[in-house]
Design a protein around this ligand. Structure first.
Ligand code: APR
Ligand code: ZN
Length: 243
């Protein structure tokens, strides 16, 4: 913990890269740990694909509503709150997330780079009409259709078989390429191209990983802390503000 605090104190420019593990303490399951969405449902990755959206929109929405829309009212936890405070005091410059839950923003973080989209809207692939997600939540049809052309509305999260939102990946690459500390928290780092951010980080920079379980990048890190993100970040925060 002291070594990690030292890295954070010494860094001029820090980028943070988070995954689903930072939201589990808010009640949002992650994907690949034993209690995760994919461990609980073997078809999850197929169901959350662009092909299923196109060929079986009702089946897609049955799973999407169950997996994502029932967590819309969760609150940020201590890990989000500490990162927001660090961003406000200039300890952290950029927050990049794979999460679509919006909890970094809900806790007050700004200019969050959302690599895998978000749950604020859905849009029509044919005429680009965009609809707020709370209308999708209220929709009782098997799947929501575009008010303009009757095509199914696609949630603005990145589905399997889809590319990342234009420009976000480049912004994230530039942030990690210029950071002298990259903090990775709550991610198995098993999804590309998101995990390329760790491969293409500033070669002269340091890497701190905070995760409950080991990742394939632990050997390349300058410091790894195994534990719950909420308590780890709270402890780091108190060390940073000790003197
Ligand atoms: N504190 C720290 N780490 C945690 C916590 C916690 N409270 N809870 C879970 N973890 C760890 C798990 O041990 C796991 O290693 O967080 C990691 C979450 O990994 P995944 O479930 O694979 O989630 P993530 O890495 O964000 O997945 C990336 O995969 O399917 C896509 O779009 C989806 O954005 C997601 C991407
Ligand atoms: Zn349309």
């Amino acid at each position: 913990m002291q070594a990690a605090a030292k890295l954070i104190k010494a860094a001029e420019r820090t980028a943070v890269f988070t995954g689903a593990g930072i939201s589990t303490e808010s009640g949002v399951p992650d994907f690949r740990s034993s209690t995760g969405l994919y461990s609980q449902n073997a078809d999850a990755m197929t169901l959350l694909s662009l092909s299923t959206f196109h060929t079986h929109p009702a089946k897609f929405y049955r799973f999407f509503r169950e997996a994502f829309l029932r967590h819309l009212d969760v609150e940020p936890n201590r890990a989000h709150e500490v990162l927001t405070r660090w961003q406000q005091e200039g300890t952290v410059q950029t927050i990049i997330t794979q999460n679509v839950d919006g909890l970094h923003q809900k806790s007050g973080s700004v200019s969050v780079l959302e690599m895998h989209g978000h749950l604020r809207t859905a849009h029509c692939l044919r005429c680009q009409c965009t609809v707020p997600m709370d209308e999708i939540v209220r929709c009782t049809d098997p799947y929501p259709i575009c008010p303009g052309c009757d095509s199914p509305l696609k949630p603005d999260v990145v589905l399997f078989e889809e590319n990342l939102p234009q420009g976000i990946f480049e912004q994230a690459l530039s942030a990690v390429g210029t950071a002298d500390l990259l903090i990775v928290a709550g991610t198995s780092l098993s999804v590309s191209p998101a995990n390329y951010l760790v491969d293409y980080r500033n070669p002269g920079g340091k890497l701190l990983i905070v995760n409950k379980e080991p990742t394939n990048y632990d050997q390349t890190a300058d410091c790894v802390i195994y534990g719950e993100a909420g308590s780890v970040f709270t402890k780091l925060d108190s060390i940073l503000h000790q003197d």
